[in-house]
Design a protein around this ligand. Sequence first.
Ligand SMILES: C[S@@+](CC[C@H](N)C(=O)[O-])C[C@H]1O[C@@H](n2cnc3c(N)ncnc32)[C@H](O)[C@@H]1O
Length: 284
Amino acid sequence: MVTTRRLLSTSQSSVDPKELRKFQLLAHSWWDEQGEYSALHSMNDIRVPFIRDTVLNMGSTYQRGSPLSGIKILDVGCGGGLLSEPLGRLGASVTGIDPLEENIRVADQHKSFDPVLAKRIQYKSSSLEEIVEESVEMFDVIVASEVVEHVADLEMFIKCCCQVLKPGGSLFVTTINKTQLSYILGIVVAEKIAGIVPEGAHDWEKFVPPEELEHLLEANGFSVKTVNGMLYNPLTESWSWIESTSINYALHAVKSGGQAQTSQTEPLSEMESEQCSATAGTSV
Ligand SMILES: C[S@@+](CC[C@H](N)C(=O)[O-])C[C@H]1O[C@@H](n2cnc3c(N)ncnc32)[C@H](O)[C@@H]1O
């Protein structure tokens, strides 16, 4: 049976119990870098700098060693904490939530291996809807990485993100487009042939075209700033940025109502970037 703190019925919740069952079976393998989640481990190489540099370019003051110090991040669907940990090491105060208790247990246990993270990350077995009740306009940043393709009600999910984010705050989403190419590469090749992702992990019907996500965001108080294509190379087991968003993509949107925001994601200077990467240490 899937254990969640309070599993609302599908009509009231963004949580799809069928999707959670898939993650429950794999809860033991979050931190196996060669295991089922290896592609998520290597995705940190591009998603962590993307989030860090975008947040810094939005006007945060850069602090050597702790560039995200003072930034409150909600990591929705944090799983075993693969993304929460490097963001915490960059100095952010991270709340990681996941509806699956098993995931939160794994995340909590792994966090305990690094004393630096003790005060910077707190995990909670919770859905986004439950967080809304207690955290209105509390977070500077929300990350939902590889999550929206698993939710039951995307519009409700976006509305909840808007409610817990401060005006002018940033939402980062990474997900998979709904194209013929994403079916061939994301389902046939990745799941059935190469075994990069466990078979049945994804339901193509739930994949989200960037245009649909952008429309939903713009209709719910966000301004979309960046949509970048991402490509996974199974031979080098690494990700890179590409122009095409036809398979995977990363999106940055800003909640309206804040102070004037910079829309460009200017890269940090080489020295700043190296200092930040050294601090993040994306894996253990
Ligand atoms: C592919 S994993 C991504 C984990 C993590 N974000 C990362 O990138 O390492 C998807 C996660 O979303 C969680 N999830 C599924 N449905 C969700 C929902 N409606 N709200 C929040 N999280 C959800 C799952 O339990 C799982 O941990």
